[in-house]
Design a protein around this ligand. Structure first.
Ligand code: ADP
Length: 454
C-alpha cells in the first residue's frame, strides 16, 4: 500500500466497493472524534471523505485511505490528514470533487504529489483545546481504532440519520437566533428612523430660523441702502443749493473790491478779502461734497476710451507744477513704458491722480513726490510716492473715510473728502486704490487698473 513518508498512520483501509464508502465515512468520523475534532467538524470531515471516496470509486476504481495525525509546518498546529491513494492513476493527474461545496467542508482538499506517489489529500485543523496527543495516547488511539469493528451500512445509515437530525436542529436554532437578531435589527431600525425624523425636524426648524434671519438681513440691508441713498441725495441737493449763493457771494465780494466801485477803507477791503477767501473755501467744500454724493449715488458714468498715459502724465506734470511751490520738494513725473495705453475714463483718472499728487505735495516738507506707471501682466499700477511724514498703519483705512484727517495735518487745509472720493472713482473704473506707508518713511498710494478697463 502506498502512503506518503512521514508520520505513522492512525488507520489505513481500502476502498474498493460501494459499501466501503459507508465504512470510510464511519471510520473517518471515528478518527476525527478520537483526535479531538469538534462534533460539527467530525461530520464535515466524514461528509467530505464519503464524497471524495464516491468520486474516486467511480473514476479510478477505489483508493487506499490513510489517516495521519500531522503537524502544520507553518503554524505548528496539529492537523488530521487523510490521504486517498487512487487505485489507478487519476485522469490527467487531476481531481475535482463533483460538488464544489465539498472543498469548503475541510481546510484543504487537493491532489498532492510526493515522489512517485500521487494522492488526493484533505486535512482539517485539530482545535488547540483538544487533549494533547502524547506518543502514549497516539499508540492507544491506534490500538482502539484497530480493534473497533466497523459497523454495517445500516449502522452508518442510522448514524447519518442522527447526524442529519442534529444538523437540522442546528439549522433551526440558527434560524431562531436569526429571528431574534432580525427583530433586534428591526428595533434598531425603528430607533434610527425616529432619530432621523427628529434630526430632520430639527434641521427644518433651524432652516426656517436661518431663512427668517436672512429675510431680516435682506430687509436691514435694503433699509441701509435706502438710508445711504437718501444721505447721498440730501448731500447732493444741499451742496447743489449752496453752490449758487456761495458763488454769488464770491461774485459780490469781487465787485465790492473792484476798482470801478466806490473806494473801500483799508479795513473794509481786508474784511471783503476775508469774505472772498472764506467763500472760496466753502465753494471748494461744496464742490467736493457734490462730487462725492454723485459718485456714491452712482450718478457718475465713466466715459470709456483708450487713454494715452503719456499724454495724461504730461498734462499732470504741467498743471501740478504750479502747486509744487516748496523749493525743497521736487515733483517727478516719470515717462510711462510703451505701449502706454489703458481703457478708462481720462477725466476721472486725471482727477484721482491729481488728488493724490496734490496730497503728496501738501504733506511733504522736503524730498520729492513721484508719479510712475508700471505694467504688470494685465494690470497697470500707477503710484504716487512721497517722502513726507507718512501715515501710521492703524490709520491706513481711516483716511479713506469721509472727513477724516490725520490729527496734526489739518493746518495745511483740506476737507478730508479727497481720498474717499478718489477711491470711489477708482472702484468705478474697475480698479483698487491702496496705501503703503510708514511714519517717517513717506507714503505710496497705488492705483491698480485692468488694462482692458472694468
Ligand atoms: P484732505 O487732503 O482734503 O485733508 P484727503 O481725503 O485727501 O483729505 O486725505 C485725508 C487725510 O489723509 C489728510 O488730511 C491727511 O491727514 C492724510 N493724508 C493724505 N495723503 C497723505 C500723504 N501723502 N501723506 C501724509 N498724509 C496724507
Amino acid at each position: 500500500m502506498t502512503r506518503p513518508a512521514g508520520r505513522d498512520p492512525l488507520l489505513q483501509m481500502a476502498l474498493r466497493v460501494e459499501q466501503d464508502i459507508f465504512l470510510v465515512r464511519q471510520r473517518g468520523r471515528e478518527v476525527a472524534a478520537a483526535v479531538g475534532l469538534e462534533h460539527q467538524d467530525q461530520v464535515r470531515l466524514a461528509t467530505a471523505l464519503s464524497e471524495v471516496a464516491r468520486d474516486l470509486l467511480r473514476a479510478v476504481g477505489g483508493a487506499d485511505v490513510t489517516f495521519v495525525l500531522d503537524r502544520d509546518p507553518r503554524t505548528g498546529q496539529s492537523v488530521l490528514r487523510v490521504d486517498l491513494a487512487p487505485a489507478r492513476p487519476l485522469p490527467d493527474g487531476r481531481y475535482q470533487p463533483q460538488s464544489g461545496a465539498v472543498a469548503r467542508l475541510v481546510d484543504m482538499l487537493g491532489v498532492v504529489t510526493d515522489g512517485d506517489d500521487t494522492v488526493v489529500r484533505m486535512s482539517r485543523r485539530v482545535p488547540a483545546q483538544a487533549e494533547p496527543l502524547t506518543p502514549e495516547r497516539l499508540a492507544q488511539l491506534r490500538a482502539e481504532l484497530a480493534s473497533s469493528a466497523p459497523g454495517t451500512a445500516m449502522d452508518e445509515l442510522a448514524t447519518q440519520n442522527a447526524q442529519l437530525i442534529s444538523a437540522l436542529d442546528e439549522v433551526r436554532s440558527q434560524r431562531d437566533e436569526l429571528e431574534v437578531l432580525n427583530s433586534e435589527l428591526q428595533e434598531t431600525n425603528h430607533g434610527v428612523m425616529a432619530l432621523y425624523n427628529q434630526l430632520t425636524e430639527e434641521l427644518e426648524e433651524t432652516n426656517r430660523g436661518v431663512v427668517a434671519l436672512y429675510a431680516e438681513l435682506d430687509e436691514k440691508s435694503a433699509q441701509l441702502r435706502a438710508a445711504s441713498e437718501s444721505k447721498s441725495r440730501f448731500l447732493a441737493n444741499v451742496s447743489h443749493e449752496l453752490r449758487a449763493p456761495v458763488t454769488a457771494i464770491i461774485g459780490l465780494s469781487r465787485l465790492l473790491a473792484d476798482s470801478a466801485s466806490d473806494p473801500l477803507t483799508a479795513e473794509q477791503a481786508r474784511q471783503v478779502g476775508l469774505i472772498r477767501s472764506s467763500s472760496a473755501d466753502l465753494l471748494g467744500l461744496v464742490n467736493e461734497l457734490l462730487d462725492l454724493a454723485k459718485a456714491e449715488s452712482g450718478r457718475i458714468e465713466p466715459t470709456w476710451a483708450e487713454v494715452d498715459l503719456r499724454g495724461l502724465f504730461g498734462q499732470l506734470r504741467g498743471t501740478l507744477r504750479a502747486l509744487a511751490t516748496r523749493p525743497a520738494v521736487e515733483l517727478v513725473v516719470e515717462e510711462p513704458p510703451a505701449p502706454a495705453t489703458v481703457r478708462s475714463d481720462e477725466v476721472l483718472l486725471a482727477q484721482v491722480l491729481r488728488n493724490l499728487l496734490h496730497n503728496g505735495l501738501k504733506f511733504t516738507e522736503r524730498g520729492e513726490v513721484r508719479l510712475r506707471a508700471e505694467r504688470r501682466g494685465d494690470l497697470w499700477s500707477l503710484s504716487v510716492t512721497d517722502t513726507g511724514a507718512g501715515i501710521p498703519p492703524e490709520l491706513h483705512e481711516r483716511i479713506f473715510e469721509e472727513f477724516y484727517q490725520v490729527p496734526g495735518t489739518t493746518r495745511v487745509g483740506g476737507t478730508g473728502l479727497g481720498l474717499p472720493y478718489a477711491r470711489r472713482l477708482v472702484t468705478l473704473l474697475g480698479g483698487t486704490l491702496e496705501l503703503t506707508s510708514e511714519p517717517g518713511a513717506g507714503s505710496t498710494f497705488t492705483v491698480v487698473l485692468p488694462v482692458g478697463g472694468a
